[in-house]
Design a protein around this ligand. Structure first.
Ligand code: PLP
Length: 390
């Protein structure tokens, strides 16, 4: 397979990872399986780090929490953004130092805050007064950053208004944190996952830079800006190569947060998506009538067994079969479960080989992020996505 990355000077082909492909070719799988190549994770970490420069990388664990990935990232010097007690425990078990793990969820159970504090975690996120109060009681004196809301996102998978607070509340929360005996160190935000081009960050960075300035003017001595995730993966539409993308983002950050002591970035998707491929199988190819223009292709993996990000057809995965040289035609692609929401692509049908049939293997490329974590335990008795790390 050939993947084309956008580059300022030229488009250049990157030959698909042969270790992953040889492994997949040499094995048979009796259920949908995600195969992850640790060397590709390493390569991506190094590329992102090269572009991010002085910024600390806190890998967003939820993108893919396979213990081998966490251990590899610990070895490479990565820090971690954890959202729950279990994610923190995972990072610590794999050798991360507590000072390198941030508790980045703005919605935390009080007992988990206390547990994390006991483990040595000292950096917490909040976007509300009540959350700050919980932190002050259960993790007294720790550093906190306030998450800012991103009102408008150009991302393919935006994080919406669920997280963050507006400018005025954020400034007020810095004061509240101080009053509660906490150490307010800065702000965080997330431009939205799968933000394909670095330029798309600019409008949000402008807003965040303004709030940063307002906080300085109000006398807060802030030291940290956490720019979250958003780093893209290749799903068929052009993206910048990781190093160039990260470098552009950091240049924009430095310009808007002059002299900021510490920058944190939290790539999830951009770190692991391209290091994984799902091996799936066609269960049925059918039509609804003799006149049906579209074939329906039912796979053994669907919305509930790992491909949740097909919701709204937001993320369009790249499918590959052994019959790709044959004539292609439009297909509606669906999962195997008995739930009518389990349709992956219908509004924009997929082009798949006319010869495709039950039993054929389908490779779903660049699926290392947000697949195993979205897989339900056993909907309809279909097994959750299996993971093999090589
Ligand atoms: C999910 C998440 C990330 C990772 O986002 P990507 O777009 O996958 O890089 C980073 N930070 C926070 C707080 C998150 O919730």
């Amino acid at each position: 397979m050939t993947v084309h990355f956008a580059d300022a000077a030229a488009s250049f082909p990157v030959v698909a990872p042969s270790r992953l492909d040889s492994f997949v070719a040499a094995h048979s799988f009796d259920k949908p399986t995600l195969v992850m190549d640790l060397d590709l994770v390493s390569r991506q970490y190094r590329a992102l780090k090269a572009g991010l420069g002085r910024a600390d990388i806190h890998y967003a664990v939820k993108a893919n929490p396979a213990p081998q990935i966490i251990a590899r990232l610990v070895d490479l010097g990565s820090h971690f953004d954890a959202a729950s007690r279990a994610e923190i425990a995972l990072c610590l078990e794999q050798g991360a130092e507590p000072r390198d793990v941030s508790f980045g969820n703005t919605i935390k159970r009080a007992s988990d805050i206390a547990w994390a504090f006991n483990q040595g975690i000292r950096l917490f996120a909040a976007d509300s007064e009540e959350e700050l109060e919980k932190i002050a009681v259960h993790a007294p004196g720790v550093s906190v950053y306030i998450r800012l809301i991103v009102e408008v996102s150009q991302a393919d998978w935006p994080l919406s208004r669920k997280f963050g607070c507006d400018r005025d509340m954020a400034l007020q929360l810095l004061d509240t944190a101080k009053t509660l005996g906490l150490n307010p160190v800065g702000f965080s935000f997330h431009v939205g996952s799968q933000t394909r081009r670095a330029e798309m960050w600019a409008p949000n960075l402008d807003v965040m830079g303004g709030i940063w300035q307002a906080a300085q003017d109000a006398g807060h001595d802030l030291s940290l800006i956490n720019i979250g995730g958003g780093f893209p993966a290749f799903y068929g539409e052009e993206i910048d190569a990781p190093k160039a993308y990260a470098a552009k983002v950091i240049d924009m950050v430095e310009a808007r947060f002059p002299g900021v002591a510490k920058i944190m970035a939290e790539p999830g998707r951009g770190m692991v998506a391209e290091a994984g491929v799902i091996v799936a199988e066609v269960m049925l190819v059918s039509r609804k009538s003799e006149r049906d223009m579209h074939r329906w292709v039912y796979l053994d993996i669907g919305r509930f067994s790992g491909l949740a990000e097909t919701e709204g057809e937001a993320i369009r995965y790249q499918f590959e079969t052994a019959r790709d040289g044959d004539a292609m035609g439009p297909c509606i692609v669906a999962g195997p479960s008995c739930d009518s929401a389990d349709v992956l692509y219908e509004k924009r049908p997929m082009q798949l080989p006319m010869t495709l049939r039950a039993g054929d293997r389908v490779l779903i490329r660049n699926t290392g992020a947000y697949t195993s974590t979205y897989s339900s335990v056993c909907f309809n008795g279909f097994p959750p996505l299996a993971v093999v790390v090589i």
